[in-house]
Design a protein. Structure first.
Length: 188
């Protein structure tokens, strides 16, 4: 697995001990991913609050966790454990769903935050301000797979092409009272 560690902000550097701490975490995650996987860790400090953002991309899978606390090494350790739990849960769900049979569907691979800057056309006080634009590949999948993918990225909704509905773009979302909802467009 390829590991990238970087500091966010002018005065946040990556020391050898931080690099070693991240590499220990990455070693634990290797059993859940392929050798082509890439782990990116961004560390930041705001006052006394230390934050570590872990983003892992593998063939067809992208997942992210973020953890904050008072000690950078504990934050890195906790974020690593959170990532490991997420990957284990994902692997268990896929294994249970396909009962050991090989899958023939493609899982959507996303690269988050391709563009991370405000939309210049939304400058008037009357209009809604678009603060971030995310781009990702949309590939056909079943709603159950979309739920798994949504859980992997830690969002409340997920946009996908529904393989059951002639590859129409659908949105799966978490309902406030539990369960999931599915939004399907109608064309008249």
């Amino acid at each position: 697995m390829k590991v990238n560690v970087r500091g966010k902000g002018a005065n946040v550097g990556v020391t050898d001990s931080i690099q070693t701490s991240v590499e220990k975490v990455a070693k634990k995650l290797e059993k859940y991913v392929s050798e082509n996987a890439e782990l990116t860790v961004v560390i930041s400090v705001a006052g006394n609050l230390h934050t570590a953002e872990f983003s892992l991309s593998d063939t067809g899978v992208f997942t992210r966790v973020e953890e904050s606390g008072m000690d950078m090494y504990n934050v890195i350790h906790d974020a690593g454990e959170m990532m490991e739990r997420k990957l284990r849960k994902y692997k268990e769900k896929l294994t249970a769903k396909y009962a050991g049979r090989p899958t023939n569907h493609a899982v959507a691979q996303r690269i988050g935050d391709v563009v991370d800057e405000p939309d210049k056309s939304a400058e008037s006080a009357d209009s809604a301000e678009i603060r971030r634009v995310k781009r990702f590949d949309i590939k056909p999948m079943f709603p159950e797979d979309a739920v798994l993918e949504m859980e992997m990225v830690g969002h409340d909704f997920f946009v996908f092409q529904n393989a059951e509905e002639h590859c129409q773009v659908n949105v799966i979302y978490k309902r406030k009272n539990g369960g999931y909802g599915l939004i399907q467009p109608t064309y008249e």
